[in-house]
Design a binder for this molecule. Structure first.
Ligand code: FMN
Length: 250
């Protein structure tokens, strides 16, 4: 039986960070084995300690474990591609997010942000425990609301699957090819000192926006520029397809 690839062999960080962060990834090869009650509660405990606005703790997790009466309803929400690999998951979870402040019922503009923090805490804890935690947007949100009886003051944030790592050889060909830890764009393309005043170009390959620092003359800009040129060479349509960030909002 082959094992999952090791992210440390596939991911090169440009600045030294805690290995747990780049060791977390989203494999689909799951073994079908259960997780224990204690493992499950440990995952949710990690989510519990996430930061949130006014300590609102907006997250609420609905879960179903395999081979329980709850499982079919949760599994049935998933799109076909996700069902293919989630049939071997140990647990499916729907993350609900309380949209309004508990003290006054007013809209909370960062409720989903806080749920994202809780999910990442849980995913990192799972990684440390040798479990797979894999986020999912590929499910029927409306059906989830209906079938799981989610009230209006909660948003459905996302789902995720938890399981024990499996054998990639058991995956269908299409998914097996994707079973490699992914890379990220360079950090310089995600940050900007000061205001967002420069033209950004949408890179259709990465789906990200790239800064135009071509003539800025600073070394960080030059590094980003080198990468952009490479991206343009690979993807000529990026050259003609310039869009500003404000265009994209229109
Ligand atoms: C909110 C969210 C939704 C996602 N939806 C899906 C999904 O429906 N199906 C899937 O196979 N992967 C899904 N993913 C996994 C992402 O594709 C994955 O996190 C991303 O490509 C980065 O790779 P990594 O997590 O392995 O580092 C989702 C991830 C997140 C955080």
């Amino acid at each position: 039986m082959s094992t999952l690839p090791d992210p440390a062999q596939h991911r090169k960080v440009d600045h030294a960070i805690e290995p747990l962060i780049y060791r977390r990834w989203s494999p689909r090869a799951l073994s079908g084995e259960a997780i224990t009650d204690e493992e499950m509660l440990t995952l949710f405990e990690a989510a519990r300690w996430a930061p949130s606005t006014y300590n609102e703790q907006e997250w609420h997790f609905l879960y179903a474990r395999r081979d329980t009466p709850q499982w079919p309803a949760f599994f049935g929400l998933l799109m076909k591609d996700n069902q293919t690999w989630c049939q071997h998951a140990a647990m499916l979870v729907v993350i609900l997010s309380h949209k309004v402040f508990s003290k006054n019922g007013k809209p909370n503009p960062v409720h989903l942000f806080d749920c994202g923090s809780a999910f990442e805490n849980l995913a990192l804890q799972g990684t440390a425990m040798g479990l797979v935690v894999h986020g999912m947007a590929g499910f029927d949100f409306e059906r989830a609301r209906r079938e799981l009886q989610v009230p209006d003051d909660y948003d459905i944030a996302a789902m995720f699957a938890v399981g024990r790592p499996g054998d990639p050889e058991q995956l269908p060909e299409k998914l097996r090819q994707m079973e490699v830890p992914s890379d990220r764009r360079p950090v310089q393309q995600s940050i900007q000192e000061g205001r967002l005043s420069e033209t950004l170009t949408l890179n259709p390959t990465t789906g990200g926006y790239e800064n135009h620092h071509h003539h800025s003359g600073n070394s960080r800009g030059a590094a980003a520029c080198k990468h952009q040129r490479a991206a343009h060479e690979l993807c000529p349509s990026a050259r003609g397809g310039e869009r500003t960030l404000s265009d994209s909002k229109a």
